[in-house]
Design a protein around this ligand. Structure first.
Ligand code: FA5
Length: 346
């Protein structure tokens, strides 16, 4: 018998082996594992294929044909066994106990908005009701928009490399939403009335300071806007959000981009001004919700607005802090741990 017939018989034997071996396979994986022993990369049939080099050149074509035919038969045997297993599984399912459609389904747990997002929406709703339009800007900001056009001096502590997350010397993760003021004024002539929510970043980390937190910026610019307008609108806004009788006060402060500047305080939501022993307002009766002030003429000059003709006010609030006050959360870090047991409460 020539070499070609010897290899040919071996091929036939392998295909028969495969067929009988697969009869014992009970799962798809089992079928594939058994098939791999013969037709896999390291299988016996694959090894035989390599022997094609040993036969004389005039017989190679014939051997190639026989090998391909054996492989095709092997493939058909594998497919047939897989199909038989599938049919068997279906038959068992149909013969098994009937599906009890009266069993109650598994309820899907409905998620809810994150407490920070809930507060952001409430604050924005109140501002939109007062005529502010929502605007936004990028989280990766240039030092020009984040600092210089807002009148920060290069030696201001906030501009320090240690205080902010810098990507390059002149590019950083924005430290507040105030650069949106600059972007808005550069791209729109007055009047402007925007509310801009956003994520901001600082090198902070303790129970009331997170390295990533959220602010909402407000900006209103027009002719004849006064400090009294600012106080009136802020009071309306705070009362819409925290209740109609909430006391509001403005406390002198400093921001490079507003003059005069103030902090917006509201009467303590927890002790309602009774003060004694209140841990939330630390016995002061007041809670700080953000900063505000009349837009500094330097900012108007930097964006090409005439400071003699236009005036305006801006404010910025920490949304996470407001959520903490609102829901009585003592540690800001709880807001970002994504623990569903905590989040489900709100
Ligand atoms: C500012 O960021 C000013 N841009 C706000 C402003 C806008 C003033 C427009 C005037 C006009 P300040 O650094 O105080 O200001 O931050 C504002 C609020 O952000 C704070 O009152 C506080 O509620 C919140 N905040 C600040 N740092 C953190 C922090 N690390 N984690 C959580 N909240 C913070």
């Amino acid at each position: 018998m020539g070499l070609i017939d010897e290899i040919g018989e071996r091929l036939d034997a392998l295909v028969r082996d495969l067929e009988s071996s697969l009869q014992g396979a009970r799962s798809d994986d089992d079928v594939r594992a058994r098939a791999a022993r013969i037709v896999g990369k390291k299988g016996e049939l694959t090894a035989l294929e390599k022997r094609i080099r040993e036969v004389p050149p005039e017989d190679r074509r014939e051997l190639g044909r026989r090998i391909n035919e054996a492989k095709a038969r092997a493939d058909r045997i594998v497919e047939a066994r897989l199909a038989a297993l599938r049919a068997e599984a279906r038959r068992r399912e149909l013969e098994g106990p009937a599906l009890d459609v009266t069993l109650p389904g598994r309820p899907r747990r409905i998620g809810s908005l994150h407490p920070v997002r809930q507060c952001e929406e409430e604050l924005l709703d109140a501002l939109q009701a007062l005529g502010f339009e929502v605007a936004d800007g990028p989280e990766i900001e240039t030092t020009a928009f984040n600092f210089w056009k807002l009148g920060f001096a290069p030696d201001h502590p906030a501009t320090c490399m240690q205080d902010s997350f810098y990507l390059r010397d002149d590019v950083l993760l924005r430290t507040h939403t105030s650069p949106i003021q600059v972007r808005e004024m550069l791209s729109h002539p007055p009047p402007v009335r925007i509310a801009a929510p956003g994520t901001v970043y600082r090198r902070d980390d303790d129970v009331t300071h997170s390295p990533m937190f959220h602010q909402i910026e407000g900006l209103l610019v027009d002719e004849d806007v006064t400090f009294a307008d600012m106080k009136g609108i802020l009071t309306l806004f705070v009362r819409r959000v925290f209740g109609p009788d909430t006391p509001v006060r403005l406390r002198p402060s400093y921001f490079p981009f507003t003059e005069p500047s103030g902090e917006i305080d509201i009467g303590c939501l927890i002790c309602s001004g009774r003060k004694v022993g209140c841990r939330v307002c630390k016995g002061t009766g007041w809670l700080e919700v953000g900063g505000c002030g009349m837009v500094h003429p330097v900012v108007f000059e930097n964006v090409g607005y005439d400071p003699e003709r236009f005036s305006g006010f801006a404010f910025g609030m920490g949304v996470d802090r407001i959520a903490m006050l609102r829901f009585g959360i003592g540690d800001i870090r709880l807001l970002y741990e994504n623990d569903v047991r905590f989040l489900r409460q709100f």
